[in-house]
Design a protein around this ligand. Structure first.
Ligand code: MF3
Ligand code: CO
Length: 255
């Protein structure tokens, strides 16, 4: 599949998909606290998404059994929500959510601290977010894909962190995962030339220790092999001739 260029009508749908998902994340952030189960977060997320008349895109995606991926501490991504997993003070939790509005996808992830977290954990969360912003600084028409990948990778490496290589960002639109794949590290090629009206999900996944990962027996949850903390930050982004538009942040929170 080649990279899709969206029409103005499609971009309007993607904008609305993104705006609604930003609201979902803001509501979930307020809900995260010690004592809440990861399934409680999933239930609330699904309820808000359906309340908007949208479809939770992750639910049943390749058999994934929930609407929100909830990944705690050494879990990097695709944690499966459970009534038995209760968040406790000092945890960090990554929430990854996606929805479909009028046939168009948005996809975004945030990592939050639960109660009081260590300075190291906060730094990991902050750097992971910064990796995204360093990346999208390069996300403009005329640049190449690797400009984004390299900027993300440099940010993580400079901070002394590991970069998850097995999972990547992606194009997004009528499908959750479209071309191109977007690694979070420098590739040995320039990659595609970025063009106005491409929509990309850019998603650094960063570890405080080693970058090696393994899959848990549930066949979804990806964890760090060395059990070091991991963070994830993702937005759906529209490429323009100038500054990229971050579709999954509300305008007042774009930086
Ligand atoms: N945000 C994830 C991604 O970009 C999607 C989660 S996979 C699912 O690939 F199965 F949970 F949907
Ligand atoms: Co994604």
């Amino acid at each position: 599949m080649s990279v899709t260029i969206k029409s103005q009508r499609e971009i309007e749908y993607m904008r609305e998909a993104g705006r609604l998902l930003a609201i979902v994340h803001n509501e979930l952030e307020k809900f995260v606290k010690p004592g809440v189960s990861t399934k409680d977060i999933d239930r609330l997320g699904e309820k808000i998404i359906r309340g908007f008349g949208c479809i939770p895109s992750f639910l049943n995606y390749q058999g994934y059994p929930a609407s929100i991926c909830v990944s705690v501490n050494e879990e990097i991504v695709h944690g499966i929500p459970s009534d038995n997993r209760i968040l406790k003070d000092g945890d960090i939790v990554s929430l990854d959510a996606g929805l479909i509005y009028k046939g168009y996808h948005s996809d975004a992830a945030r990592t939050h601290g639960v109660g009081n977290i260590s300075d190291e954990a906060q730094r990991l969360i902050d750097v992971t977010r910064q990796c995204f912003f360093d990346g999208i600084q390069q996300a403009k028409a005329g640049n190449h894909l690797n400009d984004i990948c390299k900027a993300i990778g440099n940010c993580a490496t400079k901070a002394g962190y590991g970069i998850v290589k097995e999972l990547v960002g992606h194009g997004i639109g009528q499908e959750l995962h479209e071309a191109p794949q977007i690694p979070n590290y420098c590739m040995n090629r320039r990659g595609i030339k970025l063009e106005s009206c491409m929509t990309l999900a850019i998603e650094p996944m960063i570890t405080a220790g080693g970058a090696d990962v393994k899959w848990l027996p549930d066949r979804w949850t990806v964890v760090t092999k060395d059990k070091s903390l991991a963070a994830h930050y993702e937005n759906t982004v529209l490429i323009t001739d100038g500054q990229p538009e971050i579709l999954t942040l509300l305008s007042e929170e774009s930086r």
